[in-house]
Design a protein around this ligand. Structure first.
Ligand code: ADP
Ligand code: ZN
Length: 757
């Protein structure tokens, strides 16, 4: 029971800091007061992890505050049992951020902190030894030797190919990654006296040793300079501001980032830059390394736990001042943070949707900048509706880059595929126009990229007797036929099996028809039409192996192929100067998904994809094939008219009450027993309605877009309203009545990227 603090303040005559308020690891916000035993007086600090007694058990928690008084009678506060961390678990500003995230994303604090910390740091892995690899013979000798062993020892040859490209030497871990091989190949080469190994002390940055010529900053164009001036002004003042840098692909956003980073470093400030995982290619990294020779950490997903741990430590100690990484890099413990950049801010991959906390790294970036009085730059050619809305409403400072320099915007041709079907007397994948233009490119020695958002050969198998499609036995999705393995696969659970001869639904024999076209079939068909065109394909099937994506991109860039077929994997942030033609095979593929973001995503995809054409000196062309040529989203996208798209879309969001005009929280229930899932979701839905304020709208329970995945049934419902806090309060009231069930799991997705799936 809590009492009035004033009654007890006299009991503690000298204001000693003897009380700690502790948030239990599994709680969202409720703090409990404990007394600090004398021997723990120096180690109980804000952010430290402690064990505290609760109802006869020891629980883990985090110290929120150390204070002199408590509202609970001193005699009733129990003592902290022990401190289990070495100082605060995360730095001060991250702890603050964690507290905010726990509330906003309705997620226990312990889980938020776990998300922030790299696995290696959590497990306290020590990086013991790293090796630095150098050449022991001259480059020429190495080239000869490499050619000699090419057939006998291809792995070793690959290692040497990488070694021929490095200036002085390279970390073994990086070498292995680049050559996609294991340490034994390096060891053999060392034994043969070709390579030299040196031990690197653990306190060195994993990225030291690169020698680059430091490239000079470019003279900015007018609009770039205006944008940079605005950014520099807020950096100088050290006040929180978010800038939206809205510029078409190739308009020079990255150049602005680089010069802003320069400025921040000059001011002694640290920098975090987020890029989509796919864009963490050697190409982007080289571009940054060539500009900032020292103190740059790249946190890509291939770092080992130990390396990540080491990088984290270097950042925390202030030895690394620039961090570039995907989503989770936003949690880097950068001291004196001055600048946060989110490139391609509209990218869905910044959102963690499959696990709790369901955080959006772009929003975290803005919040972290606000808490540290840093400057935040969001950059995009197709800003998210929310960000552009904020910019128009003066929450963000808007800078527009419309000049593409020497490169011009591509010409876009829209092809009505219904007419092509009529001409071909049936469905066809390629329009005459697209085929003609592909042929032209081949003749001129230029490159082409084709996009199709479906992988596999045939995208469905249908019984001609009962019309049922062959479904995954464990998931609510159709099986896809893959010709390479002559198998059918489920893209949700990965199940692979032989194609059936009889229909699983009606047992009709030999009546199954293969339909729908995926990237594998596109490749085969094009090969038949253009036997002389060299093709590459990039999708989840061709990039399963470590390093294969990098390799395929590199092959295409170096001109080893004329045409690249890919899924949306390659739509983002990649730069291919020789590409002058881009074809979008089914532009409207996902427009019919019943989701408020469907139009936005189609618009972004077409615009981003079109931006891949003509980044070099030759102007580009884009062919957009669609069955809905009159659909306004397609029309705006093919005209690359963001403003018209925005105006139309924002009006519809306002009319129907979707973000940015409200917040959405999605509650998902998952379990093996469908009845139990439906019942639990239903009861929760009924209960939470009772405590929601009037202006909040609670929708009924529906099966999720994929209603079953890996034999687990999925049902969800959403709540819409002006803010999150009342939804959190209603949720907490509800969990008191409904403690978490052991058979039906519950996930909360705040600001979900989709309300359908
Ligand atoms: P974005 O990030 O908007 O796609 P980039 O920064 O990659 O654009 O710029 C596209 C190309 O233009 C790059 O090759 C870059 O080096 C070049 N570039 C950018 N700004 C300038 C400038 N002010 N002067 C000359 N070249 C520039
Ligand atoms: Zn499946």
């Amino acid at each position: 029971m809590e009492a009035d603090a004033s009654l007890y303040s006299e009991i503690n005559p000298v204001a000693l800091m003897t009380i700690a308020s502790v948030i239990l690891e599994v709680a969202i916000q409720k703090a409990l007061d404990y007394s600090i035993p004398e021997q723990l007086a120096t180690t109980v600090v804000r952010g430290a992890a402690v064990m505290v007694p609760l109802r006869g058990q020891l629980k883990r928690g985090f110290v929120l505050e150390v204070k002199a008084t408590s509202s609970v009678p001193i005699a009733k506060t129990l003592p902290i049992n022990r401190v289990v961390s070495d100082g605060p678990v995360v730095t001060e500003d991250l702890f603050d951020l964690a507290l905010w995230m726990a509330k906003y994303y309705i997620c226990p604090l312990g889980k938020v902190i776990k998300t922030m910390l790299p696995a290696g740091v959590r497990k306290n892995i020590q990086l013991k030894e790293q090796y630095y690899v150098m050449r022991k013979i001259t480059r020429d000798e190495m080239r000869d030797y490499c050619a000699k062993i090419q057939n006998k020892a291809p792995q070793q040859a690959k290692v040497l190919e990488v070694m021929l490209q490095v200036t002085k030497g390279i970390l073994q871990s990086e070498l292995l990654e680049k050559a996609d091989c294991n340490a034994s190949s390096v060891k053999s080469l060392v034994e043969k006296g070709i390579l030299l190994l040196d031990i690197v002390r653990a306190d060195r940055s994993p990225l030291f040793g690169h020698e680059y010529f430091k490239a000079k900053p470019k003279l900015l164009r007018g609009e770039q300079q205006v944008a940079l001036d605005k950014i520099t002004e807020t950096l100088d003042k050290g006040v929180f501001t978010t800038h939206l840098l809205f510029g078409v692909t190739g308009s020079g956003k990255t150049e602005v980032y680089i010069q802003a980073i320069d400025k921040a470093l000059l001011l002694g400030k640290g920098v975090i830059m987020l890029v989509p995982e796919i864009a963490l290619t050697e190409q982007t990294i080289e571009r940054f390394r060539s500009r900032f020779s020292e103190s740059l950490a790249v946190l890509h997903h291939r770092l080992s736990d130990g390396e990540r741990c080491d990088a984290w430590e270097q950042i925390r100690l202030g030895k690394t001042r620039i961090v570039i990484g995907a989503r989770s890099a936003i949690f880097s413990p950068m001291p004196d943070l001055g600048l946060i950049i989110v490139d391609e801010e509209h990218e869905q991959s910044y959102k963690q949707s499959d696990d709790s906390p369901s955080y959006q790294a772009r929003d975290i970036a803005v919040m972290r900048a606000r808490k540290t009085q840093a400057t935040c730059i969001l950059g995009s050619a197709t800003p998210s509706l929310e960000s552009y809305y904020n910019a128009l409403n003066q929450k963000y400072t808007l800078s527009i880059l419309s000049d593409r320099g020497k490169a011009t915007l591509p010409t876009v041709h829209t092809v009505d595929m219904k007419r092509e079907y009529d001409k071909a007397k049936g469905p066809t994948s390629f329009s005459d126009l697209l085929l003609t233009k592909i042929r032209e490119r081949k003749e001129r020695g230029e490159q082409t990229i084709l996009f199709l958002n479906r992988r596999g050969y045939h995208t469905q198998l249908t019984c001609q007797v009962c019309t049922a499609a062959v479904m995954c036995p464990h998931c609510d999705t159709k099986m896809t036929f893959h010709r390479k393995n002559n198998s059918i696969q489920c893209h949700l659970c990965g199940l692979e099996m032989a194609p059936p001869h009889t229909c699983p639904s009606c047992s009709a024999h030999a009546m199954i028809k293969y339909q729908g076209v995926g990237t594998e079939k596109i490749e085969a068909m094009l090969n038949a039409i253009f036997p002389d065109i060299r093709m590459l394909r990039i999708d989840a099937d061709t990039t399963k192996h470590k390093g294969s994506l990098e390799m395929l991109l590199q092959e295409f860039r170096s001109g080893k192929a004329d045409l690249l077929i890919g899924t949306q994997m390659i739509a983002k942030g990649l730069h291919f100067p020789e590409v002058t033609l881009v074809g979008v095979l089914n532009a409207d593929g996902t427009l019919n998904i019943p989701d408020f973001r469907a139009s936005e995503q189609v618009f972004q995809l077409i615009t981003q994809v079109a931006g891949r054409a003509g980044r070099g000196h030759v102007p580009g062309e884009v062919v957009v094939q669609t069955l809905l040529p009159e659909h306004s989203t397609i029309l705006h996208a093919t005209k690359q008219d963001y403003t018209s798209f925005y105006n139309e879309e924002v009006a519809s969001r306002k009319l129907f009450g979707f973000p940015p005009f409200c917040h959405i929280v999605k509650f998902l229930f998952v379990g093996k027993e469908e009845d139990a899932v439906v019942a639990t979701a239903g009861r929760f839905n009924e209960e939470i309605r009772k405590t929601l304020p009037q202006e909040f709208l609670c929708h009924p329970v529906l099966p999720a877009g994929h209603a079953k995945v890996k034999d687990q049934f999925r049902y969800h419902f959403i709540i819409r309203g002006p803010s999150i806090a009342p939804i959190r309060a209603a949720f907490e009231a509800c969990t008191k009545v409904f403690p978490p069930s052991s058979t039906v799991a519950r996930f909360i997705d705040v600001d979900p990227s989709s309300i359908f799936f």
